[in-house]
Design a protein around this ligand. Structure first.
Ligand code: 0A1
Ligand code: ZN
Length: 877
């Protein structure tokens, strides 16, 4: 452990910057051994800061070597500046000046993948959130916005493509014959949106004509061997550009929009102005190598990054506490876009299922934080599900409260009012409020209060008056640093059904409708519906209208009614999940008590109806057939018994499979698609239903099913079907599983993105020797510790192996801790993310909990990066 530990910074301490940088001129002399960066910063004191003689303090990094610094071309002697804790401090400055800095960096040794680094044979950058300071000294904060001009000097033979933000304005040669390219971005931006790429890249060109008839040049750059996999991303980009014009009235601003794919990247992608950089796993797609899920992901991420051009770039964040201002809003935008491109209900189910599994777990753990955090040690740790997904739910609730039209008026006002500014979540709310006249003052608490609210619902019916009363109680559990909570403004969308499942019209506050949005604003509140003949079945929280845990004591009969008849597709799915959770809970308890599992599942009947109803959307049927995941059941459990959960799921799946074997076989056959692969909603739906049917059918151990699986693996014309067959083989412990895994690797060893899928599946196997397997994978030629995708595949996969990761002797936890320690300094962001499974230790069954805790303590004893220190210390607090 270090002598002094890193300290937190607080939102309440925010002050405007003492200096501004109107213009930033950068020159990069790129070379294999050392890169020289020269910056000319046109600076002045910030009038908004008030009269001051405060010194100039620029952010830097331990990996930046200062060669020289000059003010208005006067080279500062060493006594006129100093470097302390990575900051460059200059005491005496004029009110306005040009600061020139020369720094030396070594991108080839940059394993953190923040700042300028090498990936394969190219140079690339990642500056969000605080990467720019690893390139040169700067006011590296989002409220300092500057107009950038970037000069790149490099050997054209090795780096024929040299890119930065904005437009290419000049091209020439140095005396030594190196190529010089100058880029200029007319839009002022914070340093986190800066980007540079240089490499030997191939390009796909296209054009998009905007609504005002401007032609935008579109370019996607990749290594030459991947150029055949960018067509889908290009089409997705054009769909996104059109959608943002139609839905938000937002047109693209520059004349050129570029995307570059890189193999080594800590996150999914980055919205740098005019030059998005993507993890190649989120951009490249081809039928043979890419599954349906990934196709949809590519489309969503292309859209997400593109939408940031307005929600993030034109209007940016004042400080990093406001991260959700751009991320929550942009996730909401990309979710709605995907819903519009495919199926609204399917998309909603997928998003909510993810939120309830992963974000709810975060909100219940030691890293729980508000959507707008009040403090942090390392901002990279706050690119979280809370900031992104719960942040999106906040924006969605505003949409529900205001209605589509007023929401649009609010977003128009927000973009117009704050164009070119760095603003806060309060500014966003103010624009929504001003444009709509809707009072959001209580609603704003969603930004500052952490934790998942619990809403308890009770009901009663008065036969004499025909009134139906819903009583709702809300309560948000304590989270770290927030022991008590205030009531939130929660929109609860509700409908009522009669015993036959017909939608009822009922009157609430004088308004008769089949669907009402209730405003739950107090800790306890009553809602009275009139005009009913009998007690209805309530369909509560339709469309998941708020990110809460809703409890209502539904009977199995009610749930089956909702499952078969609710007009709200989302709640049909939700009812099926609740039924399954109820049954699984009984089974889990039997397993914990060491009893023989036995239970007569009511789902058999419900599933049978679904499997035989040809009017249903196959995608929805597939979603309903998927049992609640191990991860979701773990989130619900306290304490978590991982092996019992696994056993219960296995038992229920097997019971359903045996009871409905013939239906599954038939559905499997009926939904096979002939012909060429297409990533359309319709085909994706058929494939998902067919493959889940296969996964059940195989559970029966039918010889025929086993053969069908192998045949599908061998003859599939697309990765979705081939990989589904392989996964089912592995998960069902098919006798040929090992053989198929080996064949898969042999077939795809030249395709790194496919190999990553193989690594993940191999590492996730449920087997006694899971730990040995994962250790073997880390020694495999296909593995590379420097590549975040590979690390995530292997260690993320291992985390899913209950037998491996949760092995009773704690060796699984020990192994993960070893990897965190290994990566702690090399790549702190990745190391920190790997800690997530260990942060759940308090909820684990006691024997495992102590083992996990001791691994956290072992990690804490190391000399830790800020990133890892924050997660581990908060987990042990
Ligand atoms: N703004 C990006 C996310 C992102 C954040 C940090 C990064 O650093 C490694 C990279 C990307 C987005 O929301 O897509
Ligand atoms: Zn984003």
């Amino acid at each position: 452990m270090k002598e002094s530990q890193p300290s937190a910074i607080y939102l309440k301490d925010y002050k405007v910057p003492p200096f501004l940088i109107d213009k930033t001129e950068l020159t990069f002399d790129l070379d294999e051994a050392t890169t020289i960066v020269t910056s000319r910063l046109h600076m002045r004191r910030n009038p908004a800061f008030g009269k001051s003689t405060a010194p100039l303090i620029l952010d830097g990094g331990e990996d930046v070597k200062l060669i020289g610094v000059a003010m208005d071309d006067y080279a500062l002697p060493p006594e006129e500046y100093r470097i302390s804790e990575d900051k460059l401090i200059i005491t005496a400055t004029a009110d306005e000046f040009v600061l020139t800095c020369e720094t030396l960096i070594e991108p080839q040794n940059n394993t953190r993948l923040e700042g300028l680094y090498r990936s394969s044979s190219m140079f690339c950058t990642q500056c969000e959130a605080e990467g720019f300071r690893h390139i040169t000294y700067y006011l590296d904060r989002p409220d300092v916005m500057s107009v950038f001009t970037t000069t790149i000097i490099a050997d054209e033979n090795r780096y024929p493509v040299m890119l930065s933000n904005g437009n290419e304005v000049e091209r020439g040669k140095t005396d030594e014959g190196k190529t010089v390219v100058v880029w200029h971005d007319p839009f002022p931006k914070p340093a986190y949106l800066f980007a540079l790429v240089a490499g030997d890249l191939a390009v796909k060109n296209d054009v998009f004509t905007t609504q005002s008839k401007r032609d935008i040049k579109l370019q996607i750059f990749t290594e030459a061997h991947n150029l055949d996999k960018v067509d889908y991303a290009m089409e997705a980009l054009k769909r996104s550009m059109r959608w943002d014009e139609e839905t938000y009235g937002r047109e693209y601003d520059l004349d050129i929009f570029m995307i570059v794919a890189v193999d080594d990247f800590n996150m999914g992608a980055m919205e740098n102005k005019g030059l998005n950089i993507f993890n190649s796993s989120c951009l490249l797609a081809s039928p043979e190598t890419t599954t349906d899920d990934t196709y949809l992901r590519v489309e969503a991420i292309v859209a997400h990054e593109y939408f940031h051009n307005w929600s993030g770039n034109r209007v940016t964040c004042r400080d990093w506490f406001q991260l959700s201002l751009k991320e929550g809003f942009t996730v909401f935008r990309d979710q709605t876009f995907s819903a519009d491109m495919h199926s609204e209900t399917v998309k909603r189910v997928e998003d909510v299922s993810f939120l309830k599994t992963a974000q709810f777990a975060e909100d219940a753990g030691p890293m729980a934080h508000p959507v707008r955090p009040a403090s942090f040690i390392e901002i990279s740790n706050f690119y979280t599900l809370t900031v992104y997904e719960k942040g999106s739910e906040i924006v969605r609730m505003i949409h529900t409260l205001l209605g589509a039209e007023k929401f649009r008026a609010g977003s128009d006002l927000y973009f117009d009012r704050h164009d070119g500014q760095a603003v806060t979540c309060d500014d966003f709310i103010a624009a929504m409020q001003d444009a709509s006249g809707f009072d959001l003052s209580q609603f704003k608490r969603w930004y500052s209060q952490a934790g998942t609210p619990i809403v308890k619902v009770k009901d009663s019916f008065d036969e004499a008056t025909g009134t139906y009363r819903l009583t709702m109680l809300q309560d948000t559990p304590a989270t770290p640093g927030q022991p008590t909570k205030l009531p939130l403004h929660i929109p609860v969308r509700v409908g009522l059904l009669d015993e036959q499942g017909n939608a009822l019209s009922a009157e609430l506050n004088g308004v008769a409708a089949k669907d009402h949005v209730l405003h739950l604003q107090s800790s306890e509140q009553e809602f009275e519906f009139s005009g009913l003949a009998a007690k209805p079945v309530p369909s509560l929280l339709r469309g998941f209208s708020a990110p809460v845990k809703l409890h209502y004591d539904y009977s199995s009969k009610d749930l089956l009614l909702l499952l078969s008849s609710d007009t709200d597709g989302f709640n049909r799915w939700s009812a099926s999940q609740q039924l399954a959770v109820n049954e699984l809970t009984t089974l889990i308890n039997q397993a914990i008590e060491g009893k023989k599992l036995s239970f007569d599942s009511q789902l058999v009947h419900g599933f049978k109806t679904l499997l035989n109803d040809e009017t249903l959307d196959p995608a929805m049927v597939a979603l309903i057939l998927a049992l609640p995941s191990q991860a979701y059941l773990s989130e619900l459990a306290n304490p978590i018994y991982p092996a019992a959960i696994k056993q219960a799921r296995q038992h229920l799946k097997s019971q359903l499979a045996h009871a409905l074997s013939a239906d599954f076989e038939r559905v499997y056959r009926e939904h096979k698609i002939q012909g060429e692969y297409q990533a359309t909603a319709k085909d994706i739906a058929h494939r998902s239903l067919k493959n889940i049917a296969l996964s059940y059918w195989v559970e029966t151990n039918s010889e025929l099913a086993q053969q069908e699986l192998v045949a599908q693996f061998q003859t599939a014309n697309n990765m979705t079907d081939q990989f589904a067959a392989l996964s089912i083989a592995v998960n069902s412990q098919h006798k040929q599983a090992a053989e198929l895994l080996a064949a898969f690797y042999e077939q795809w060893k030249e395709e790194p993105l496919v190999v990553n899928k193989w690594l993940m599946l191999s590492a996730s196997q449920e087997q006694e020797r899971a730990l040995a397997t994962v250790k073997g994978l880390m020694e495999h030629p296909a593995f590379d510790l420097k590549n975040p995708n590979k690390v995530r595949s292997v260690l993320g996969g291992f985390g899913q192996s209950v037998t491996g990761f949760h092995k009773a002797d704690g060796s699984g936890y020990h192994f993960l801790a070893d990897q965190i320690i290994l990566l702690n300094k090399r790549n702190p962001q990745i190391a920190s993310r790997l800690c997530t499974p260990l942060t759940r230790w308090k909820k684990l069954q006691p024997e495992l909990s102590v083992k996990m805790k001791s691994e956290l303590e072992r990690i804490l004893a190391e000399d830790l990066s800020k990133d890892v220190y924050e997660v581990i210390s908060k987990s042990l607090a």
